[in-house]
Design a protein around this ligand. Structure first.
Ligand SMILES: O=C(CO)COP(=O)(O)O
Length: 256
């Protein structure tokens, strides 16, 4: 059975003080949780501080991006080896904010997936459709295309021990989450799409939901069989709300 993963994506938020305070709060709120993997992805400049603050806890460290190059003349970039060196485990790639603001293509994101696997890190591959694509009935087509970029370049094996986050763009930061039934339908589609290449790989891949997940709607989302935790933005900046979400995932797992 799959272990859910609840991961906080802090995006471009926080400072030294907040990093320390939030991690303190999370350690207290999450000390007894069992049955759910937990990770946080602070801004890269706070990763080292976060790593030390998390030491001895079961909360893993994540990062929000990686470059495709390992070293050399690439000003401003951060390599997979550097993220590994600092102790990060789960690395978000293909977030819609990077696809939009940094013009990252499906193929470019597949290269990031490859460098992370090569370094022994866990890619958290974000996929999802825009509101207009959703209204045009293109959700499955968009998700399949985004997954196929990795499947075609690296094969289904690449998804062993990897994470996919289905994040409909219209649900991110809007307060308008997908309904549990809507999300389940797409999660099932994603799993079946990978199963066409390799059923065993599809069965074990973690598929998180992301997009306005909060302490009120998380429990119902996690009752769905193909929703394996969440990638959380805004609500991951509050220890109490994030802890409610983690506990809901653990409770759903322990009930199922
Ligand atoms: O983009 C997200 C996580 O990566 C979701 O953000 P919100 O939870 O703020 O909607």
């Amino acid at each position: 059975m799959r272990h859910p993963l609840v991961m906080g994506n802090w995006k471009l938020n926080g400072n030294k003080q907040m990093t320390g305070d939030l991690i303190d709060g999370l350690r207290k709120a999450l000390s007894g949780v069992d049955g759910c993997d937990v990770a946080i992805a602070p801004p890269v400049i706070y990763l080292d501080q976060a790593k030390h603050a998390l030491s001895g806890s079961h909360i893993s460290l994540g990062a929000q991006n990686v470059d495709i190059n390992l070293s050399g003349a690439f000003t401003g970039d951060i390599s997979a080896e550097m993220l590994k060196d600092i102790g990060a485990k789960y690395i978000i790639i293909g977030h819609s904010e990077r696809r939009t603001y940094h013009k990252e293509s499906d193929e470019f994101i597949a290269k990031k997936f490859a460098v992370l696997k090569e370094a022994g890190l866990i890619p958290v591959l974000c996929i999802g459709e825009t509101e207009s694509e959703n209204e045009a009935g293109k959700t499955e087509e968009v998700c399949a295309r985004q997954i196929d970029a990795v499947l075609n370049a690296l094969g289904a094996d690449a998804f062993k021990d990897a994470v996919i986050a289905y994040e409909p763009i219209w649900a991110i930061g809007t307060g308008k989450s997908a309904t549990p039934v809507q999300a389940q339908a797409i999660h099932q589609f994603i799993r079946q799409h990978i199963a066409k290449k390799d059923a065993a790989i599809a069965e074990q891949v973690i598929i998180q939901y992301g997009g306005s997940v909060n302490d009120k709607n998380a429990a119902e989302l996690f009752t769905q069989p193909d929703i394996d935790g969440a990638l959380v933005g805004g609500a991951s900046l509050k220890a109490d709300a994030f802890a409610v979400i983690v506990n809901a995932a653990a409770a759903a797992k322990n009930a199922g």
